[in-house]
Design a binder for this molecule. Structure first.
Ligand code: GLY
Ligand code: MN
Ligand code: MN
Length: 532
């Protein structure tokens, strides 16, 4: 279906259409305005008054009752904690804007992670909207310390031009937006029209109340915030940047420890991902017969993810044979052949936008060869060592150190290191990293690489505490052209990735239901493809 751009597109704070950006300022050729309205060239929408009156009439205006979401019981504490980190600051968390894919076609909208976490909104909710969190001046001792207001464009009237003629926002084009009352009922936050945002942001801003925004999410709202700051005597330049970055950092660090709602969502995401892996194994015979078998695998997982959640949390890696040695192999255009391994790194993102991140490296024919098993078992031993070490009190970076001790020992045994494992593990060595250049773990949640703006002392150097969720994912990658690798191991890449939750005395493997030991994998694959 093509879009019928009868009205100028973005209506509030907008990105000009690409054609308009590229148009010459003057001189021969069409003007920027002419190019921006070229969508009209293919419009045959009636514009007469009788039509306008006709299309606006006789719609049932009933809005179904909106249910309060479970997450609404968790977001107040999150916002209170944020106010604790940045006292005396009005904090602006935009959902973000549509991103143009090409011409008048946008990418599916995915709200900013900080916005999602503090608002409780999720899939598709709500382009161009803004959450504002600030200290509650009326809070009594022991009461919640924060106040939140959510600004968005509510449903437009049936008598609006937008209703039928705006391909980006109109109800007849993209479905209806909620009313202010519906969203307030769902998320338990006072809702106001986006047109009231500027006045609300500016009110009382000055020496007693700063104004900060999560940077880089919505250029229009960021410009508004910067203007209000300057009009009210708040610093610009580096100091302003520092305040904005501090908000982003605090919003990121707060997600390092998950609350009960988040853990429940992670369990759902992992469960749906395991179902996706089962679907992939059942479909492996189709992949083997196809000239782009890797894409068959990607497609099967994607269909499963889309049916069970919002979709995938990141681009699926389906890497057969030597492709497994390319860490982020997402081109997925290769064949999948009997006798090879296929590395599948995939995660379902559920509607609340939490994602799993799991990897299994499977023998295409259902059985590992001795060489494949040798590499697989070395990686598994490294993962098991990290699992055994993981508990409250150890540092995040100790997970990697522990896994690397195992990896280096095996590489020494196979004669691949220039010296001993011990020499390699020393900071001035690190030769083993030639075959595993990535880290062993990263936090996981709303983002696949969650909490990415956290400071080093809060992430890599921090002690584990109950409620943290992260991956354990060592690997070994022996490129087929790597002359330092014994010939029989060349072209073998293995990663094993699980998602874990830190408990009081260790970790729970959230993905324990997905087989990870070679014998279990062979039996599991056999059960899903009987008669193969
Ligand atoms: N899927 C990306 C990663 O494992 O970090
Ligand atoms: Mn990962
Ligand atoms: Mn992964």
């Amino acid at each position: 279906m093509t879009q019928n751009n009868d009205v100028p597109r973005p209506t509030t704070r907008e990105t000009p259409a690409p054609a308009a950006q590229e148009a010459p300022a003057d001189g021969p050729g069409p003007s920027a305005e002419e190019l921006a309205s070229r969508g009209d060239s293919r419009s045959e929408r009636p514009t007469n008054e009788a039509f306008r009156a006709f299309i606006a009439a006789d719609w049932d205006e009933t809005v179904p009752a909106a249910e309060r979401r479970e997450v609404a019981d968790f977001t107040p504490a999150r916002r209170d904690a944020l106010v604790g980190e940045l006292p005396a600051t009005r904090m602006v968390l935009p959902a973000g804007v549509f991103k143009v894919r090409a011409n008048d076609t946008d990418y599916p909208f995915r709200p900013d992670t900080g916005f999602v976490y503090f608002s409780g909104l999720g899939t598709d909710e709500e382009p161009d909207s803004v959450l504002v969190v600030e200290p509650d001046p009326d809070a009594a001792e022991g009461e919640p310390a924060s106040r939140a207001t959510y600004f968005f464009r509510p449903r437009a009237g049936f008598d609006s031009t937008e209703f039928y003629a705006d391909a980006r926002y109109g109800e007849l084009w993209v479905g209806r937006r909620p009313t202010l009352e519906e969203t307030a009922a769902r998320i338990g936050i006072e809702c106001r029209h986006i047109d009231e945002l500027r006045d609300a942001l500016a009110k009382d801003v000055g020496p007693q109340l700063s104004l900060a925004i999560v940077p880089g999410v919505d250029p229009g709202v960021q410009g508004m915030v910067e203007e209000i700051r300057s009009q009210n005597g708040l610093p610009d330049g580096e100091e302003q940047t520092r305040e904005f970055d501090r908000l982003q950092e605090a919003a990121s660090e707060q997600r390092l420890v998950k609350d009960d709602f988040e853990v429940s969502q992670m369990r759902e995401a992992v469960k749906a991902t395991i179902a996706g892996f089962e679907d992939v194994v059942a479909a492996l015979p189709q992949a083997v017969g196809h000239r782009r078998g890797e894409r068959v695998i990607e497609g099967v997982f994607g269909a499963s993810a889309r049916a069970e959640g919002n979709g995938v949390g990141y681009d699926t890696i389906a890497a057969a044979g030597n492709h497994a040695c390319t860490l982020h192999w997402v081109r997925n255009d290769g064949m999948v052949s009997e006798g090879e391994l296929v590395l599948i790194d995939a995660g379902v993102e559920v509607d609340s936008l939490y994602t799993a991140d799991l990897t299994r490296t499977l023998p295409v024919s259902g059985t590992y060869s001795p060489a494949q098993r040798r590499v697989y078992e070395a990686v598994l031993e490294a993962a098991d060592a990290a699992f055994a070490a993981a508990r409250p009190g150890i540092r995040f970076r100790d997970l990697h150190t522990t896994a690397m001790q195992v990896i280096a020992r095996h590489l020494e045994e196979w004669g691949m290191l220039p010296g001993t494992a011990e020499e390699s593990l020393a900071p001035e060595g690190q030769f083993h990293r030639r075959w595993m250049v990535h880290g062993t773990s990263h936090h996981l949640g709303l983002d696949v690489h969650d909490c990415a703006q956290a400071r080093r002392e809060m992430y890599m150097d921090a002690e584990l505490v109950p409620g943290m969720v992260f991956t354990i994912e060592p690997g070994l990658y022996f490129q087929e052209n790597d002359l330092k690798v014994p010939e029989e191991l060349r072209g073998i890449g293995v990663r094993i990735e699980d998602d874990v939750l830190v408990t009081e005395d260790g970790v729970e493997n959230l993905s324990a239901a997905l087989p990870r030991r070679p014998d279990e994998i062979e039996a599991w694959m056999g059960s899903l493809t009987p008669g193969r």
